[in-house]
Design a protein around this ligand. Structure first.
Ligand code: SF4
Ligand code: SF4
Ligand code: SF4
Length: 264
């Protein structure tokens, strides 16, 4: 079985050149705003945010959690944690409940509020590129080695080696244990919390905590179930209208992550 992949982002090596940001935009066919790219915050049109904080380049995107809350809270399995590490989105299953948007501990999934047929949008780890044996577009574009892609286990060893051999690093691999571990790992010479990464996360996976609480509140489950049934009907209706309009009633089972198709 293929080993789970990951990214190692070494903040000490980032020159904020923006090559990863451009590569992400091009790969996902997202609009490229003019001006300072560090002003482009995570949104339905920005799956990768590069910002300057404390004179360093920092990266915000989906963390591709090992036990993702987005997948756990989704009632229709629109999110899937794949064996290679990517958390992908099955657009055709989404009922628009937005539990994923509110459940993500990193505030990543964004909803297309302005669209008549909205979906959830986020980085998909360049899933289709990885399946094709390529690197994610952002990692391939990085000229300094600040962002590298590989087996998650190997990247953790590499991060520990760098920290051991250079006392400038903070002795912390962000993502090794947070929320049960993530596929994006970060190291830095300054506290990750100071740079704006969430600092109040437990080492345990968030989904188990979430469901432990929900289970104790039967009304939430009951009301939530009724609400979801309504959403399910609306989504089915939406799909029927779409199919009727496009004249293609072919029961397609396409999947989509970001703007490029995902799925197994
Ligand atoms: S960071 Fe959020 S959207 Fe990404 S896998 Fe984790 S829970 Fe899901
Ligand atoms: S992995 Fe792909 S989708 Fe995710 S930030 Fe990098 S280029 Fe964008
Ligand atoms: S391409 Fe590399 S060096 Fe340039 S902004 Fe992205 S992570 Fe930093």
């Amino acid at each position: 079985m293929e080993k789970a992949k990951g990214f190692l982002f070494d903040i000490t090596k980032c020159k904020l050149c923006g090559a990863c940001w451009i590569a992400d935009k091009e790969r996902n066919k997202l609009p490229i705003p003019e001006g300072d790219f560090t002003k482009d915050k995570l949104s339905e049109n920005a799956f990768l945010e590069m910002d300057r904080r404390h004179d360093r380049g920092v990266r915000f995107s989906c963390m591709h959690c090992l036990i993702p809350t987005c997948a756990s809270v989704c009632p229709v399995a629109a999110f899937e944690k794949t064996s290679i590490g990517a958390v992908i989105y099955h657009k055709d299953r989404c009922i628009g409940c937005r539990y994923c948007v509110f459940g993500c501990p990193f505030n990543v999934p964004k909803y297309e509020w302005d669209k008549p047929l909205p979906y959830v949008r986020k980085c998909d780890f360049c899933y289709s590129r990885i399946i094709d044996g390529k690197q994610p577009a952002c990692a391939q574009a990085c000229p300094t080695g600040a962002l590298i892609f590989g087996n998650r286990d190997d990247l953790i060893l590499e991060a520990h080696r760098r920290i051991r051999e250079n006392s400038n690093y903070v002795d912390h691999i962000y993502g090794e244990h947070e929320v049960g571990g993530t596929s994006l790992l970060l190291i830095s010479d300054i506290s990750m919390y100071k740079l704006g990464y969430p600092g109040n996360l437990s080492d345990g996976a968030v989904p188990s905590l979430t469901w432990e609480v929900l289970e104790k509140i039967p009304n939430v489950v009951l009301i939530g179930g009724t609400f979801l049934a309504g959403l399910w009907w609306l989504t089915n209706r939406r799909n029927e209208v779409m199919q009727a309009e496009s004249g293609k009633k072919d029961n397609s089972s396409d999947t989509e992550s970001g703007s490029e198709g995902g799925g197994k």
